[in-house]
Ligand binder design. Structure first.
Ligand code: CMC
Length: 392
């Protein structure tokens, strides 16, 4: 079998050639299909970016209309899916519900099992997943409140439809604030892809066995859930709340993060690839100030977050290790201002990351990549003679 190179955590191992997202961690540059994240976040919509990631180019007006109308045809989920929803305990974590509901789409839409067979079925499955995902996400939220579900409405664009299913009511028409629509578009765009991160690699790995898209993305949702990955956005707010309740002594918590005998880590800080400012965090920090001001919200944890950032950026521990705020550091403060509960934050990350997962899965198939199957360095026993149970 020859020589095996060990690279725990794949710190220096490329798993694929990809044309989707470019990331320069030293300089803090992020581009989707060659377009800078700063420009996309400012000028584009989430659906446009989804098209860009999946199909490779920005859509024309006509292509975007077609994309939107294809999606609109598939936004409902099978009514029987609601039985799963009813079965979950009401306080169960939304990420667990999301992963299992997305996986169960493959039972209701079995053509997905052959999605790899032709470009048309592959395309239909991608469209269905994009269409049904916001419906599932908002149903999970409504169920957590014990409120009636709001069905998708064709008159809305992708993001507004999601917001209406989340914050709308059955009894009356609720106006969707354009500030909220813009903020959601920006956040979802910033989360839309991030090359071969833990969840995208999972989607590609699971998909490489020719497993269907729904199951592959469901596995990606699980990978995202952990606090070292997407779960960090929930962990950040919980940390900021804890620091606030503890009296707001940021220095004490910075020291805890530096202490190697203390398991506490500064959540929302550090990144495997960025050794400079995470460009997404820069945009989100600014958006955070703007949105809270526009919505007239004063959140005391924002002050704590800024104090922590300032202290960390001038502390030798963080400077030497090049630890900067990442995408999750300020995003939760915006989600909270928009009215989302903390345990929905990682679900919102998943909603944003969906086009990236789909694009990665599609590219993996188009490249005809072989099944993912890493090797190991065996360090266990060599030969042991079997001992009968009564003699052990
Ligand atoms: N607080 C305190 N120390 C840290 C932190 C932190 N948040 N992050 C890294 N370090 C230290 C770490 O202890 C190590 O120190 P030493 O060299 O003395 O042993 C050094 O910095 C390098 O860290 P690492 O753990 O080897 O780096 P990694 O590339 O394996 O891990 C990370 C990257 C993101 C998992 C890690 O920085 C972390 O746990 N951060 C907090 C969780 C977080 O915010 N995750 C979100 C990541 S960005 C968005 C996403 O993917 O969802």
């Amino acid at each position: 079998t020859g020589h095996i190179t060990l690279d725990l955590g794949y710190k220096n191992t490329g798993s694929t050639k990809s044309a989707i997202t470019f990331l320069d961690g030293e300089k803090g540059i992020l581009k989707y299909r060659g377009y800078s994240i700063e420009e996309l976040a400012e000028k584009s919509t989430f659906l446009e970016v989804a098209f860009l990631l999946i199909y490779g180019d920005l859509p024309t007006t006509k292509a975007l209309e077609d994309f939107q109308s294809q999606i609109t045809k598939h936004t409902l989920i099978h009514e029987d899916m609601k039985k799963f929803l009813d079965g979950y305990p009401s306080k169960s974590h939304p990420m667990a519900q999301l992963a299992s509901l997305v996986c169960s789409l493959s039972t209701f839409y079995p053509e997905s099992l052959k999605a790899n067979s032709s470009p048309e079925t592959m395309d239909l499955t991608m469209i269905k997943l994009l269409a049904k995902f916001p419906t599932i996400v908002s149903f999970i939220y409504k169920k957590s409140l014990g409120h009636p579900l709001i069905y998708p409405k064709n008159k809305y664009d992708y993001v507004s439809n999601y917001l209406n299913m989340t914050f709308g009511q059955r009894t009356e028409e609720v106006e969707i604030d354009p500030v909220v629509v813009k903020a959601m578009n920006t956040l979802l765009i910033l989360h839309a892809d991030h090359e071969q991160n833990c969840s995208a690699s999972t989607v590609r790995m699971v998909g490489s066995s020719d497993c269907n898209l729904y199951a592959s993305v469901s596995a990606g949702i699980d990978a995202l859930w952990g606090p070292l990955h997407g779960g960090a956005n929930q962990a950040v707010i919980e940390m900021l709340e804890l620091i606030k309740e503890d009296g707001g002594d940021t220095e004490k918590w910075i020291n805890k993060a530096k202490d190697k005998n203390d398991p506490f880590r500064m959540m929302g800080f550090g990144h495997r690839v960025y050794k400079n400012f995470d460009p997404r965090a820069k945009i989100i920090k600014k958006a955070c100030d703007d949105i809270l001001e526009k919505l007239g919200i004063n959140d005391p944890v924002l002050e704590i977050a800024k104090k922590l950032e300032e202290a960390a950026l001038s502390d030798p521990y963080f400077v030497e290790r090049k630890l900067y705020p990442n995408v999750d550091f300020y995003s939760g403060i915006i989600y909270r201002a928009l009215g989302f509960p903390t345990d929905m934050f990682t679900v919102l990350f998943a909603l944003g990351r969906l086009p990236g997962w789909i694009a990665q899965w599609k590219e993996m198939h188009e490249n005809k990549e072989p099944i993912g199957r890493p090797r190991q360095v065996y360090v266990g026993h060599t030969n042991r003679a079997f001992v009968e149970i009564e003699k052990r």
